[in-house]
Write a protein that binds this ligand. Structure first.
Ligand code: GDP
Ligand code: MG
Length: 735
């Protein structure tokens, strides 16, 4: 079989010069069939082994915009050269790597000839070749084509790569949330329908559709018009979305992220020295400050602290409105509906449960607005970039950062997409470590739990406490990652690169749409999943109800109180006491009746299925300061963390007896016996660390490939959480 090497690169990178050096006089010049593009072929002979070398036309990209690009790409796909020698102009590294990235995205075996090393040296550019090779995962050989320097090393490296034989996995870059999501949907469609997959990798086909590559789209239309139509529709949807949110389009977004990927690689020390006269772009200038070794982290803390300040300060008033609205709704419903099970279901189960969660909509909205600004402006990518360095220390990978942030690293994400985001990690060990630690982040469901406790017990310093909660979550996650990576999932670290998209001014419309999308998901969840769980938990907290005997006991207590008061009134009316005395007696009666009602409600709750579970757990949970009501909430929280709030809402409203008094749950907790700031901290710690919600556990099991890891995360996290809470509560109690 013929071994073919292809030389490819940007125009003027020195391809032809290198080609001539290697093949000498054994050349043949023709044309590619059907086009006027010149085809140069030559032969290199090494110990009787013949290698055919083809000098491809110079191109900047592999999307079919020009004839040269089509020719180069068709050659790669149809002739399948054993290795592509990618000739790169070392004095212009960033721009030249753009093509390299595209080879890697296509899954083509590449070997780099880092050419024009003399020019680079003269200009004072120093390149860490080993680092470049490590980051890209391919051989890089320095050459000076003009005098043949490095050509034998190059051939040797290429032959070694060719002997190695297997096709590399396609490089997967993140092109931003919107495109990534569309890409994976398109990929699934392409793979299941086997759409052009015998010729091209599936992700690559999807990418070409997004880049509006006429050649691939026409090919697709001819072969499978239905699938092609569907793909085009997905592209149109994301195009419209990008246009309305960020005034950009997929091709530009993809190019930006490819350059961001390269820039991030360069920033990691590939170019060790660059002459000063090199003009910096604005983005680079900003980056110099924002990702500075000392200033960068300080700024990052300031931005996140500012975000919390903004969220808690501005959301306070609308959160108050929402709370009063649901309190009013509950009162109105209890006034209109007859006493009994239906009233209890609607008021205690639905309005207090779901309302407790929906009450936080303004807070969630402000948080998401702040995060959208940080994300759309390009700053979030810088945060991730800075955290890269930290992550390596803890045995995680640069790509884990985004998974952490998506899961709620700043507050208000979700572990489910976070778990999905860890797919970008190639090393199974690093992926597993990421999967198991992302649930510690403060997702949007834990946020209301914290907001409730913070509002009730630390109203003077909400933003500060929220910031502390964030640091605890991160610290815990990183330490656990380190622990796992040095015990159950030990292994080598792999190099990482992360995209740095350019800075942009977020558009007003874009912010509104992004904020609303995320908020709507939260509302939808409250209206469906949380509603269902609230009803189930209400039922568990209501049934079986008190036995007739016990109910009668309370009834007779009530009658006794009424009787004693009416006899008192009777006596006083005879002796003609004043009006005020009379009303005092009536008020006393009312108070007495309230206490009896409260005692009955509490007895009923404790007797219910949920109450019995909560009480059974109390003997252990009291070590952490949790009473049986909190236990019910925490058990419910396993279904979805929002349920902790809604269940506390239901538990404390079942005992709420005064319909005149509209009081928020935070106020009720503050006054409830058994609660204190210390208990609040213990509960906060437990909520951060205990078992991930059910959906997250399912996802972790699926992504890790075994139920073993899903169960591990439930058991391990709960034990960890409980240990920490007990420590906090016991040590705190000493003071
Ligand atoms: P192609 O367009 O990629 O085929 O590039 P060419 O091989 O035609 O080279 C473009 C120009 O760069 C020519 O003038 C070459 O002599 C010059 N050149 C190629 N390689 C080197 C090198 O390593 N060092 C220097 N200084 N010049 C080079
Ligand atoms: Mg040429």
């Amino acid at each position: 079989m013929k071994t073919i090497f292809a030389m490819a690169g940007n125009p003027n990178s020195g391809k032809t010069t290198l080609f001539n050096e290697i093949t000498g006089a054994r050349q043949h010049v023709g044309n590619y069939p059907g086009v006027t593009v010149e085809k140069k072929e030559g032969i290199y002979i090494n110990k009787d082994r013949k290698i055919n070398i083809v000098d491809l036309p110079g191109t900047y990209s592999l999307t079919a915009y020009s004839q040269e690009e089509v020719v180069a790409r068709d050659f790669l796909v149809n002739e399948k050269p054993a290795v592509v020698i990618n000739v790169i102009d070392a004095s212009n590294l960033e721009r030249n790597l753009y093509l390299t990235i595209q080879f890697l995205e296509m899954g083509i075996p590449v070997c780099i000839a880092l050419n024009m090393m003399d020019v680079a040296k003269k200009r004072g550019i120093k390149i860490d070749i080993e680092k470049l090779s490590d980051l890209l995962g391919i051989p890089v050989i320095p050459t000076i084509a003009r005098n043949g320097n490095g050509k034998y090393e190059l051939i040797r490296a290429a032959q070694k790569r060719a002997k190695h034989g297997n096709t590399p996995a396609c490089l997967e870059i993140s092109y931003g949330n919107d495109i990534d999501q569309t890409l994976s949907k398109m990929e699934a469609e392409i793979r299941t329908k086997q759409f052009l997959t015998e010729t091209y990798p599936s992700r690559w086909i999807a990418l070409k559709y997004l880049e509006n590559d006429k050649q691939i789209i026409n090919l697709g239309k001819r072969n499978h018009p239905v699938v092609s139509n569907r793909l085009e529709k997905m592209v149109r949807r994301v195009s419209d979305h990008l246009k309305s949110t960020m005034e950009t389009y997929p091709e530009a977004e993809i190019a930006d992220h490819r350059y961001g990927y390269i820039k991030s690689m360069i920033k990691q020390g590939v170019i060790t020295h660059k002459p000063d006269q090199d003009r910096l772009f604005i983005s680079d200038k900003i980056d110099k400050v924002v990702t500075h070794r000392f200033l960068g982290p300080l700024m990052m803390f300031a931005v996140i602290m500012g975000l919390y300040q903004f969220t808690f300060t501005y959301s306070e008033i609308p959160v108050g409105w929402f709370e009063s609205f649901f309190a009013w709704l509950g009162d109105t419903a209890s006034a209109l509906l007859p006493d009994g099970l239906i009233q209890s279901l609607i008021v205690s189960g639905i309005i207090d449960g779901v309302g407790g969660v929906l009450g936080f909509v303004p807070l969630i909205m402000f948080m998401f607005l702040g995060i959208s600004i940080i994300e759309d402006s390009g700053y979030l990518a810088r945060v991730a970039f800075m955290l890269d360095r930290v992550f390596r220390i803890f045995g995680l990978h640069g790509n884990s950062v985004m998974a952490f942030i998506v899961s709620g690293g700043i507050a208000g994400g979700c572990a489910v997409p976070g778990v999905m985001a860890s797919r970008t990690l190639k090393s199974p060990r690093e992926r597993l470590a990421t999967l198991l630690t992302v649930p510690f982040m403060n997702c949007g469901a834990k946020l209301p739990v914290f907001a409730l406790l913070v509002a009730a017990f630390f109203p003077e310093n909400e933003a500060g406490v929220m910031f502390a909660i964030t640091l605890i979550a991160w610290g815990g996650a990183l330490l656990v990652a380190r622990l796992l990576r040095s015990t159950v999932i030990r292994g080598e670290a792999t190099p990482f690169i992360m995209e740095l998209p350019p800075y942009r001014f977020p558009t007003f419309k874009g912010l509104m749409i992004h904020t609303w999308e995320k908020t709507w998901q939260y509302i939808k969840k409250a209206g469906t999943v949380i509603l269902g769980i609230s009803i189930i938990l209400w039922a568990m907290m209501t049934f079986p109800g008190l036995s007739e005997e016990r109910a009668n006991e309370f009834e007779s207590q009530r009658n006794l109180a009424k009787a004693s008061v009416s006899s008192a009134i009777l006596k006083k009316s005879r002796t003609e006491v004043e009006e005020t005395e009379l009303s005092k007696e009536i008020r006393k009666l009312k108070e007495k009746l309230d206490t009896i009602d409260l005692a009955e409600a509490e007895a009923a709750l404790k007797y219910s299925i949920a109450g019995r579970i909560g009480t059974a757990l109390e003997s252990i949970s009291k070590l952490a300061g949790f009473d049986w009501r909190t236990n019910i909430a925490l058990v419910g929280g396993f279904a979805a963390k929002e349920v902790v709030v809604s269940t506390l809402g239901t538990a404390y409203s079942l005992g709420n007896i005064d319909p005149e008094e509209t009081e928020s749950l935070a106020d009720r907790l503050k006054r409830a016996p058994g609660w204190s700031p210390l208990v609040a901290w213990s509960l906060i710690i437990f909520t951060i660390f205990y078992a991930p919600c059910f959906v997250a556990v399912v996802c972790i099991s699926r992504e890790a490939g075994s139920w073993k890891w899903g169960i591990f995360s439930m058991v391990f996290n709960t034990i960890l959480a409980f240990t920490l809470s007990v420590a906090v509560f016991q040590i705190g109690s000493l003071f």
